[in-house]
Design a protein. Sequence first.
Length: 150
Amino acid sequence: MALPARRSTELQTWNPFRELDDLHERMSRLMESTFGETRNGLTSWVPAVDIEETDEAFLVEAELPGVKRDDVTVELRDNELTIHGEIKERERTGVLRRQTRRTGQFDYRVVLPGDVDADNVEANLQEGILRVTVRKAEQAKPRRIEITAA
């Protein structure tokens, strides 16, 4: 036998932003459980990156706002470029009501096509953008072939 449902007589005002906040929170938890890894209690994430190829080099630009130069490592092993680091949570004096900026460890890995010159790599961090220039090996650079008449 089913019991009758009891309904509350309290009226609540509808707040569409509360529903959006709930939806955002649930989606964030879903994305972190699907894609985010945790290491030592810190969430790992991937920064936004652009990769451009020129005749001379591969140019990699990663958005790392608020990251200090000492908190980032750039490594090149064979053709694999790895950018690893951490955005540290700053100390706060008040109560944090909302946080949408990323903190924690980040990792980015990419295998660059073609031969690269591992001894000729430059990395520069300025205004929150890490620019890594990986020069191509001499044999990988395109060469113009002169056509002769027969």
